[in-house]
Design a protein around this ligand. Structure first.
Ligand code: AMP
Length: 280
């Protein structure tokens, strides 16, 4: 496994790899790796002749009042975990190598970036799309893997790839959960033991919604009310949004059509967590 810091070193590696006719699979991450990331790496290992991953906490996708400084970082741990998954190349650039002085270009996937997380985090998905396009141009993957945990991010990237004719296959990967149902997230390490317990209301609320939909409930309000009631049973939880929306356009649904995306974002203490499921 090699660790490269400079974009031009990775580009050089990518060009040589492709010249040999080998397929590059790529997993972009912000590090602090957990089983969710590792599931993407293992699948990437299976799909590509070479497996590349990036570790970059992208300042462009954090708002001024957000947790960029406090975002968990664990480079030594990440390197060990990456090695067990057969990663060939780790790209771990500095912010100034990605955004040198005078950087002024941005990629905006307009409508898909507006609802859900985009509403409370203006500029977030523009930061995501911009860095992912840069990473794609540096790593030159044939296939890139993204988790459905960040469902809106996945849709934004899929749209960018289609809209800009990027020759890259995007492979969505299912959400990996802890044994008790909490979706794995680097931010879970910020939760106190009490907050960790309270956070279980999120998967519980998703399950409740699935139960209602399976029982034939078609009124989004009834489902959303049940989700909100479950989440707000704990005083430690403050809801950012709960949305029942079209899984492709992310537009809010007035009647429950199938499949529908149920997406949740909430603060557990100071930690913002997101989760979602499809109601089929
Ligand atoms: P991050 O490091 O949080 O930017 O995540 C890097 C990639 O891992 C993204 O494609 C995420 O959607 C994916 N990911 C994060 N958590 C999970 C999870 N619990 N299950 C599946 N994929 C995940």
């Amino acid at each position: 496994m090699i660790i490269l810091k400079l974009p031009e070193e990775v580009q050089h590696w990518a060009l040589n790899t492709k010249r040999r006719g080998q397929r590059i699979a790529f997993v972009p991450t912000m590090g602090a790796l957990h089983e969710g990331h590792l599931s993407l790496l293992r699948e990437g290992r299976r799909l590509g002749d070479k497996l590349a991953m990036s570790i970059f906490v992208n300042p462009l996708q954090f708002g001024p009042a957000e947790d960029f400084e406090k975002y968990p970082r664990d480079e030594p741990g990440d390197l060990k975990k990456a090695q067990t998954c057969g990663v060939d190349v780790i790209f771990a650039p500095s912010a100034k190598d990605i955004y040198p002085g005078g950087f002024q270009t941005a990629v905006a996937v307009q409508q898909l970036s507006m609802p859900l997380c985009g509403a409370g985090r203006p500029g977030h998905f523009q930061g995501v799309a911009t860095v992912v396009l840069k990473l794609f141009n540096i790593v030159q993957p044939d296939i890139a893997l993204f988790g459905e945990k960040d469902y809106q991010q996945l849709k934004v990237i899929q749209k960018m790839v289609r809209d800009l004719n990027l020759p890259i296959q995007i492979k969505p990967m299912p959400i990996v959960r802890e044994k008790d149902g909490l979706a794995m997230s680097s931010r879970n390490t910020h939760l106190s033991p009490e907050e960790r317990k309270a956070a279980l209301a999120i998967p519980t609320a998703l399950q409740k919604a699935k139960g209602l939909a399976t029982a034939g409930e078609t009124d989004p309000k009834t489902i959303l009310n049940a989700v909100v009631a479950t989440l707000t049973e704990s005083k430690k939880i403050a809801i950012d949004y709960v949305s029942l929306c079209d899984p492709e356009t992310l537009e809010e649904l007035k009647v429950l059509q199938r499949p529908a995306l149920l997406a949740i974002a909430c603060f557990v203490g100071k930690t913002r967590l997101i989760d979602n499921c499809l109601l089929k």
